[in-house]
Write a protein that binds this ligand. Sequence first.
Ligand SMILES: C[S@@+](CC[C@H](N)C(=O)[O-])C[C@H]1O[C@@H](n2cnc3c(N)ncnc32)[C@H](O)[C@@H]1O
Length: 332
Amino acid sequence: MASDLVDSGTLEVDPQVVHDDGSSFVDVTEELDSYTTSCTPSITRYPFENGRRYHAFKSGAYPLPNDDAELERLNLVHHMLKKALGDKLHLAPSQHAQRVLDLGTGTGCWAEDFAEKNPQADVIGNDLSPVQPSWVPPNLRFEVDDIESGWAFGTPFDFIFCRTMLFAISDWPKLVKQAYNNLKPGAWVEFQDWDTGFYSEDESCNPSSHTAKFMRLLNDASRRLGKEPSPGPKLEQWVTDAGFRNVTHRKFKLPVGPWPKSQQQKEIGTFNLTQVVEGLEAYSMRLFTSALGWQPEEVEVFCAHVRAELKDQRSAHRLVDYHVVYAQRPET
Ligand SMILES: C[S@@+](CC[C@H](N)C(=O)[O-])C[C@H]1O[C@@H](n2cnc3c(N)ncnc32)[C@H](O)[C@@H]1O
């Protein structure tokens, strides 16, 4: 089995250890241990670079780390995005879906919330990194997989979800088409993603600030590596081109910082600023060193300037756009 997994296979972590006490959670540690033991060379021999840990399966494909600091940030982002969407996990009308796929599941927090809320659904979350928790609802399992390779699911899905895959994907039209091909007729897909770059509506953002330069360099570095840094505004077109119908596109302007008056927006802004400040080095270390030829120390110093600016310039009313696109595969 292990040899099948080394290059492009799928690692399925199937939660079958049911607890005697009949609790609704199962422990997949044993299976995970046996998989990770047999597959250690391919999926858990994580490379370390400049103090950060990165995925090992398809090593180098994704430029952000998978260490504890990054996983904590992803959980914070999950909390913030749910809040921004009115305490919703998704906007597509998919609450009765039976078979659900979460592409690039990360910490698995979205998949876990969905599985808990929808006990009728069988949920799969896949990712390059097996970093998801071992205690999960019985209707959820995680797989190690590269979503840019060919998919090998025998049965089509009722709902495919894919969130915040900026800097990750080289061929979005192919990914969206694979989602189309793996949905049942009438089933829904939902993509949620960022437009990377801050702006203001009152000219309080300085385009020559360290922060603005950081965002421009991030976009440039990611494009040089062939990965789309700002998928959000392009999602609607990709989804339409793939053949989906009933396409809905919503754009959310999320504050970066606690500057808005409304309490709800202030909270979102606070979470957003925290995740950006915590994420500066995660976003840039591999991208700037590999695509722009920077030294790690240069990245650290630059991040320190941006961090200080973001914390200091509370008068800047920064916003960032978050796009949600959901659509249906035609019935026929
Ligand atoms: C920014 S995180 C988002 C995680 C999750 N979707 C969420 O919203 O919380 C991006 C995730 O995509 C995964 N990823 C990147 N490229 C991938 C690929 N080709 N196949 C599978 N997962 C991938 C990364 O390992 C990382 O966990």
